[in-house]
Design a protein around this ligand. Structure first.
Ligand code: FES
Length: 167
């Protein structure tokens, strides 16, 4: 079994996340301006929880952990962590909507051009014929108190920088 380093997600707990299993919370659509293929992300990319229950809107949450931009989605008491950049052209996946393909096989729909990505293994499930493409999904652990940790194969190099020492 692979050895992973789990780092806690700062400032966001399980109960802060929008729960996509509750139908009443769902919005009809998340309107995000389309961005041409190849253009840099121009949509809002704020970190933190993106929930607006008053207006019936909810999305994922964008976090930065171990220098990785990661979209978090909650479904019941499970949290899915997927690389923020869409494998098609870099769209902001945390602004996507979750689709349940049945038996809780969950995917995120990219808000830019509608590619659908499995939250379980990162494979592209739509458009058809693109399932050879995939993105990174990260293992997640949640404590009883709702603290979320994300697993990585290693730590970013920033953790190993030492100040210059003069002799
Ligand atoms: S950037 Fe095109 S579908 Fe995500």
């Amino acid at each position: 079994m692979e050895n992973l380093v789990y780092l806690p997600v700062e400032k966001i707990h399980l109960n802060d996340l929008y729960d996509w299993s509750i139908p009443v919370q769902r919005c009809k659509s998340t309107k995000v301006a389309l961005s041409p293929v190849g253009s840099p992300a121009s949509s809002p990319r704020k970190s933190g929880v993106k929930v607006d229950l008053e207006n019936g809107k909810g999305t994922g949450s964008l976090v930065k952990t171990n220098e990785h931009d990661i979209a978090l989605f909650r479904y019941k008491t499970t949290v899915f962590a997927v690389k923020e950049e869409c494998p098609h052209a870099g769209g902001p996946l945390h602004l996507g909507e979750i689709e349940d393909l049945g038996d809780e096989l969950l995917c995120v729909r990219c808000p830019w051009h509608g590619w659908r990505i499995s939250l379980h293994d990162g494979h592209v499930t739509l458009p058809k014929g693109h399932n050879f493409q995939s993105t990174v999904v990260y293992p997640v652990k949640i404590t009883q108190e709702g603290q979320i940790s994300i697993g990585f194969r290693g730590l970013d190099s920033k953790y190993f920088k030492v100040d210059e020492v003069e002799f």
